[in-house]
Design a protein around this ligand. Structure first.
Ligand SMILES: [Zn+2]
Length: 258
């Protein structure tokens, strides 16, 4: 007899997850905002919370102590179930986030493709290892709830971070805004604000559980002046101009014999 519960479990989880995401009003409206070219990182954050909450619900309903052998989520079960489902969250969220970032770049006249960071495997492994190290699943099942939402939000933070870094390295001066949502703790309140990329708090991308703070980056929101003003410095600009001059001189000097 085949005792491997994982294939059947994953099939049920995937089916329910697909149904729930397909019929989610929040995800539908996120796509509409994207189509109307008005989406921001606030929409990306909402999208990630909704996807995370759906997965947390579906896991909560289907992964139970009664189903698991010895009432424990052994490593080989946790590893396959959590990796596959979080990979799916990553694919969905980075897909939406990179569409939004591409649109933001486009509106700001920045001709750059959206950057997509790799899945943070350490974070996935952290959940897998912790949930499988506990002999009694009921004592650790909370880990498949809120931490899944936090994980999903962190994907957005990673996308934002990699795009901000990429644009900063390209000579732009990105500004990042972090806002508190709901009743914020002291730590979150202290992190709220608008920051220049080169002058931001170390912890700007960090969040605790149940933290719904938003981190925003919009290359086109009134910063065009900054971006294109004289202050704008492309570290390689002078070198490029110099190289072009040299090229012209060479062309000119060579021209008669050509
Ligand atoms: Zn917070």
């Amino acid at each position: 007899m085949d005792n491997d519960i994982v294939p059947g479990l994953l099939e049920t989880i995937n089916k329910e997850f697909d149904q729930r995401t397909f019929s989610s009003a929040k995800l539908k409206s996120a796509l509409q905002v994207l189509q109307s070219k008005k989406a921001t990182y606030i929409d990306v954050n909402k999208y990630s919370v909704e996807v995370g909450e759906i997965l947390a619900d579906v896991l909560g309903a289907n992964v139970t102590a009664e189903l698991l052998p010895d009432g424990r989520m052994y490593f080989n079960i946790a590893n396959r179930v959590i990796n596959e489902t979080l990979q799916k969250n990553y694919d969905l969220i980075t897909g939406y986030a990179s569409d939004v970032q591409t649109q933001l770049n486009h509106s700001a006249n920045i001709h750059m493709r959206a950057q997509v960071p790799d899945l943070n495997q350490d974070r996935v492994d952290g959940i897998v290892n912790r949930v499988s190290s506990e002999a009694d699943f009921d004592k650790i099942k909370w880990l498949l709830n809120e931490p899944i939402v936090t994980f999903s939000q962190s994907i957005v933070d990673d996308v934002l971070q990699s795009n901000v870094e990429f644009q900063a390295k390209s000579g732009l001066r990105p500004k990042i805004t972090r806002r508190v949502v709901g009743k914020a703790c002291k730590w979150c309140s202290s992190l709220a604000g608008s920051y220049d990329y080169f002058d931001k708090p170390e912890e700007i991308y960090q969040r605790h559980e149940r933290c719904r703070c938003t981190v925003e980056y919009n290359p086109g929101s009134g910063r065009r002046q900054n971006v294109w003003s004289k202050k704008w410095v492309d570290p390689q600009r002078d070198a490029k101009i110099e190289a072009r001059k040299q090229l012209n001189i060479k062309k000119k000097t060579r021209a008669p014999s050509e």
